[in-house]
Design a protein around this ligand. Structure first.
Ligand SMILES: [Fe+2]
Length: 420
């Protein structure tokens, strides 16, 4: 029987697409050579912390229990070799314990050959609109009939999540139109975020509305709930009825608009990444307020989120000398939000579900004639975390199948995972 590979400090599956062929070390660094010519180095302290033995992680939870500072000395490597299973075996001082490391896991976590581990799960593709454009659209008619965590479910979810992560938008079609169905669909991805509008909210004209969304008037491009510290990462809008004239949906990629502004009016772009606007709802019963720039960059200067909604913006309260430039920059942005080059327009059909990144995309709506029929959408919010976690689990299931398939045919896995 082939000797087995060691456990890893997680619940994932790690296909071994490359074999270790040689190992050398000094006290503080292990150097590994792979069969494709790659060389990888790992620090002794890093290996010690990421071991999978019972002194490092709780086997019941696979969460770390080791406190590095409790070691009596800095971990050092006494010896290292490749064992019969193809794993790395290391004897560590001062504890004098032998720790084994899985080659598939080591290869994936090869930080020596990874410039930036924070790359998005799916490359971000900015897009513009136009009359010939439409959202990525998938037939989801079998989704709710598929078993949770099944291959049939993954066949719909995987491309859907890929489109949301990469383009910020997907449209699923042919879903049931019973009220409340949205909760069952959303929970295939993750838990719903409740707000003061409820768990599911109904978007339709109603008497005594507490939002412009609940009227038949046009809505300008906006994100939802910019008044919150974390405005929701994802919005779901599920069409149950649509027989009115008008009411076309408009979507635009806020990242594309921001990038155009960065290129065409860099001063305005910089202003909108700096000035703290006040976002506030106007309500008789709630009083949400948050201050934020309209364009938020990460520490690498890449777009992280936009926060734009004219009807939820309170009075600007910034430095006196910033006010004129802040409004000039705002209007430079607003002009672009009206430009057809960014807008993607479509009509909802009953059974459509549009899912979009609410911290990236702006959505808008044409006015509709409420006396011509009914327009009823149900909506809900999730966080970006949920979609990333779900997508990672789908990738994990794929890797598990690869490992299972390979273990029934050969002791070596030859299919590459999505690894650096
Ligand atoms: Fe909205």
């Amino acid at each position: 029987m082939h000797p087995s590979l060691p456990a890893t400090p997680d619940y994932d599956a790690w296909p071994v697409d490359h074999q270790l062929v040689d190992v050398s070390h000094d006290a503080r660094v292990i150097t590994l050579h792979w069969d494709d010519g790659r060389t990888s180095r790992y620090h002794s302290i890093w290996l010690r912390e990421n071991a999978a033995d019972d002194t490092t992680i709780n086997p019941a939870t696979r969460e770390r229990i080791l406190d590095l500072s409790s070691l009596v000395a800095w971990p050092e490597i006494a010896s290292a070799y490749l064992d019969k299973a193809g794993a790395l075996a290391v004897t560590m001082l001062p504890e004098g314990i032998e720790l084994r490391f899985h080659p598939g896991w080591l290869r994936y976590h090869d930080y020596d050959n990874t410039e930036d581990d924070r790359q998005p799960l799916v490359p971000v593709t900015t897009w513009r609109g136009g009359s010939d454009q439409s959202p990525v659209t998938l037939d989801a008619s079998g989704l709710l009939d598929s078993a949770a965590d099944s291959i049939d479910e993954a066949a719909v979810l995987e491309p859907a999540l890929q489109a949301i992560l990469g383009r910020g938008l997907v449209r699923l079609r042919n879903l049931p139109t019973e009220p409340g169905t949205l909760a069952r669909i959303a929970e295939r991805i993750g838990p719903i975020r409740s707000t003061n509008f409820g768990t599911l909210f109904d978007v339709r004209a109603k008497p005594d509305p507490d939002s412009n969304a609940y009227t038949s008037i046009a809505l300008p491009p906006h994100v939802d709930l910019p008044t919150r510290e974390y405005h929701p990462g994802l919005q779901f809008l599920h069409c149950l009825e649509n027989s009115v004239s008008g009411g076309q949906a408009v979507m635009m990629d806020g990242f594309a608009v921001a990038e155009a502004l960065r290129e065409e009016d860099p001063v305005a772009f910089a202003t909108l990444t700096r000035v703290q606007w006040r976002f506030a709802n106007t309500s008789r019963n709630s009083d949400y307020v948050w201050h934020s720039p309209m364009i938020v960059l990460d520490d690498r200067g890449q777009l992280d989120e936009v926060r734009i909604a004219d009807f939820l913006r309170g009075p600007l309260m910034t430095h006196f000398n910033e006010v004129d430039e802040a409004y000039r920059a705002l209007m430079a942005l607003q002009e672009r939000l009206r430009q057809p080059r960014f807008a993607l327009r479509f009509s909802y059909a009953p059974g459509d579900l549009v899912i979009f990144d609410n911290r990236r995309l702006l959505h808008a709506r044409d006015a509709f004639a409420g006396d011509t029929g009914h327009r009823w959408l149900q909506g809900c919010y999730l966080e970006r975390d949920e979609i990333r976690s779900r997508f990672r689990i789908l990738q994990r299931r794929q890797r598990e199948r690869q490992v299972a398939d390979s273990s029934t045919t050969t002791s070596q896995v030859t299919t590459a995972p999505a690894a650096p």
